[in-house]
Write a protein that binds this ligand. Sequence first.
Ligand code: BG6
Length: 501
Amino acid sequence: MPSHTQIVIFGASGDLTQRKLLPALYALSCENLLTDDVTIVGFARKEKGHEQFRTELGEAIGQHSRFKAEAGESGKYPWETFAGRVYYHKGNFVNADDYTALLKFLDSLTSENTGPSNRLFYLATPPSVFQVIIRRLGEAALVTKNATGDGWTRIIVEKPFGQDFETAGTLNNSIGAVFNEDQIYRIDHYLGKETVQNILVFRMSNGIFEPLWNNHYIDHVQITVAEQLGVEGRGGYFEEAGILRDMIQSHVLQLLTLIAMEPPAAFEANAIRDEKVKVLHAIRPYSQSDVNEHVVRAQYGTGHINGDDVVGYRKEPGVNAKSTTDSFVAMRLDIDNWRWAGVPFYLRVGKRLAKRVTEVAIYFKQAPYALFRSAGCHTLEPNVLALRIQPNEGISLGFGSKAPGTAIQIDPVQMDFLYETSFQDAQPEAYERLLFDCLIGDSTLFARRDEIEHAWDLVTRILNAWNAIPRPQIPQYQSGSWGPDESDDLIRKDLRKWRKL
Ligand code: BG6
């Protein structure tokens, strides 16, 4: 169990701290997964005292935590006890003196406790200040590179990790100058989702599917990450990023590598990450003409979501009225290796789509011979194994069944596994699992330097191809639809179609 640790959150006044980080740390305490000597220090620019910070967080916990503060009375961890371990340290990210003061403050907290003092720094700030914070941490001697009997130091870095291949490399160099690689935890919250962790378990603990997981039996794979939400007040950030950077570089390529990787030599952080990197390495690099042929981008216009009118992307606050930023991307990727040769991976990601759904669908090849053709059954649905990442978390397998009756009629049916009915316990939030893993020093669910850089390499090639032929217009799709017609054309030209979700 993590103990004797000071967690310093840079960007303590931000949304992420209030919505995700503090609720996750509180949930870990409620689950008895953090000892009482773990303290949390919020570092941010605004002037405020410890009490004010605690009150603000109490309100945030009320809104966002799966454990309500009152639960203390029914045997969970009382909020007041937790709040007593939370402190606020006012500081400017750039000002060196504020880091010297932080060190003093942390030391004063340590003297109240006994035992080693471990330190975890969490960068929950805008990426523009990542580098200066890292530099200042080093200069103020807040970082111990090699763990000693006196404790360890680690750092969690939020996404976006760079803007492209080059800036990701520069950021990696800056962090590497102050921290060793095994101290750096690059977070991707998709890896903390139970259903994402289940991908490897499902693939590698079930003898029935393992032999089928290759180009002999799989026709193609579709990965869909659809959101109904728009940019939600993050127009300024999104305008610079676009969905390719925001989602494909991180979450979607993580899903793809877990689906496509070879079994690792051991269930251990570096062995797993080695295999993920090999997949990224094997993705066929795109030339300019490949990008034009295999990648579609578009932007949401006005439309309806759940019956409500919504504005188009260009009318969102913080967005340029003539913006050509992508809020939807569909693409075909090919993995040039022994297992996947000839099996395309189709990715489709967008905001303001018809439904919120994240799913990986494995399409199996058709049975070799259409035995039932003579009975009038010409078209059979392919078998599809769908891993539902969210919502309705679960897995389903579609197959053909004879419909009851005297005639031969084959209808598609489903075998379904639903987390909700099979497991009674509530699923922990992704941030709970990831914070816990970092505190115990398990980096399996965090991205390694080479993983990040390979993913950026792929995405940067696409960005460069787009920049080479600037477009005055970007195809629009109606909010509440499944994206532009170009997305259907992309998969139709391979004689396939997107799964109806
Ligand atoms: C974030 C992206 O990383 O993931 C957001 O920046 C996106 O744009 C979010 O909405 C999606 O996460 P989830 O867990 O809601 O699927």
